[in-house]
Design a protein around this ligand. Structure first.
Ligand SMILES: *Cc1c(COP(=O)(O)O)cnc(C)c1O
Length: 350
């Protein structure tokens, strides 16, 4: 007998690497290539360090009020956390406590099975169809909860709000979590469903479309009761998840709608332009509603391309997962970064 017998042993989620080369082109973790809104830079420079001696507001008042205003809901409908990973983890811990399996697609955000195992939640993973689309009927059976990433990661494919509504309506006894990390790039947000269905929780993040991955801000919108159960769980292990700079900078970022719309529009335009260019050099990708492309090459194996790009300090994501192990997930960068990617690919494929 040893203390090690009592350790909670986990196979953790493995985030994309954060290499650090001055000349690199980093298209591997779906970050935004553009900086945060100018107001955030200004605010951050002016923040009063003396304020750090105090605890932050446990209700992250400024951030939650700004979110409620931006999304047309009441403050009681808003939960926030240290990135949407924290929000999703709290939602798993709060809502999935039964013996019936929680359902999410076999190909989706690879953190879902890790939380399920961490919290000993039984789960099943219905297969996406051969075009990587979610099969709605798979979510019409007995379950202990449902998690759908929409647009889905790493496929980049979105479903409509009606599609999610059918699932929510068919499952009044389960909480349906809609992970909208990429929704701003062309998806349809299910926030309106949260007013109609008390079992729908929409989760979003500042890490992608708001260019603030380094600040770690995520949030959820849902029925007042759902949200208050999440706060009860959060306040049972850490009442101060949000630090003072992230509360203030998050609220500030939401003020600049024009900047947000402009950078998002630029990324969508770059995505469409380079989807065509990648097709011309032999890649195939589904239509993307996200800030990445899910690309397969006609002749060269994804793993080989991934490694050769890496040698050139061009970083994309490769998953050694059955069914998608011949695909690359390529984050949309600036035009300049995408040009560098394409010229590297041309050399590799030549
Ligand atoms: C990036 C991502 C998240 C987590 O983002 P945070 O940085 O923790 O906010 C959650 N879900 C999906 C599908 C993602 O791609």
């Amino acid at each position: 007998m040893s203390w090690e017998d009592n350790v909670r042993k986990m196979d953790p989620y493995i985030p994309g690497e954060q290499p650090d080369f001055p000349d690199m082109v980093k298209l591997n973790t779906n970050e935004n290539p553009y900086p945060p809104a100018p107001g955030v830079r200004k605010l951050l420079a002016e923040l009063d360090a003396d304020r750090l001696k105090l605890y932050p507001k446990p209700d992250a008042k400024e951030l939650v009020e700004a979110l409620a205003k931006a999304y047309g809901v009441d403050v009681k409908n808003v939960f926030m956390g240290v990135g949407s990973d924290d929000v999703l983890g709290t939602a798993f811990l709060t809502f999935f406590t039964g013996d019936k399996p929680v359902l999410f697609p076999d190909i989706s955000y690879s953190f879902y099975p890790v939380w399920a195992k961490l919290y000993r939640i039984p789960f099943e993973t219905p297969a996406l169809d051969e075009n990587f689309c979610i099969v709605k009927e798979d979510y019409m059976r007995e379950n202990g909860g449902i998690v759908i990433s929409n647009p889905n990661a790493p496929t980049s494919i979105a479903v409509s709000m009606d599609f999610i509504e059918d699932i929510a309506k068919a499952n009044p006894d389960s909480v349906v979590i809609v992970d909208e990390a990429y929704v701003d790039y062309g998806g349809e947000s299910c926030i309106p469903l949260t007013k109609k269905y008390d079992n729908v929780l929409v989760v979003q993040t500042f890490s992608k479309s708001r260019s603030m991955a380094g600040m770690r801000i995520g949030f959820a919108i849902g029925n007042e009761k759902l949200i208050s159960y999440m706060f009860d769980v959060r306040n049972s292990y850490n009442s101060y998840t949000m630090n003072y700079p992230s509360i203030m900078c998050g609220a500030e970022a939401l003020k600049d709608k024009a900047y947000f719309e402009e950078t998002t529009r630029k990324i969508i335009a770059t995505r469409e332009k380079y989807k065509k260019i990648l097709c011309e050099i032999g890649f195939d990708c589904p239509d993307s509603c996200s800030n990445f492309l899910f690309a397969e090459h006609k002749t060269m194996a994804a793993k080989v391309i991934f490694e050769k790009l890496r040698e050139k300090h061009v970083f994309v994501r490769y998953f050694k997962t059955p069914r998608i192990d011949n695909r690359l997930r390529i984050t949309i960068g600036t035009e300049d970064e995408m040009e560098k990617l394409v010229s590297a690919l041309k050399e590799i494929l030549a």
